[in-house]
Design a protein around this ligand. Structure first.
Ligand code: SF4
Ligand code: SF4
Length: 56
């Protein structure tokens, strides 16, 4: 199951640079993860200051 970014995202952009497969991009009001590209490494969750990405 790919990671997903919740509405808690404050669009800081920190996760985008950490993603090894460039699956994260800025969306409308928050950052979004391309579920087909995500390899579930968890790096985005590790750097996010508000805990927005999760593997639910
Ligand atoms: Fe990218 Fe890893 Fe986050 Fe998936 S879990 S979006 S591969 S940093
Ligand atoms: Fe949003 Fe967290 Fe990514 Fe920052 S690190 S853009 S708050 S999901």
């Amino acid at each position: 199951m790919a990671y997903k970014i919740s509405d808690d995202c404050v669009s800081c952009g920190a996760c985008e640079a950490e993603c090894p497969v460039s699956a994260i991009s800025e969306g409308d009001g928050k950052y979004v993860i391309d579920a087909d590209a995500c390899v579930e490494c968890g790096a985005c969750a590790g750097v996010c200051p508000v805990g927005a990405p999760s593997a639910e």
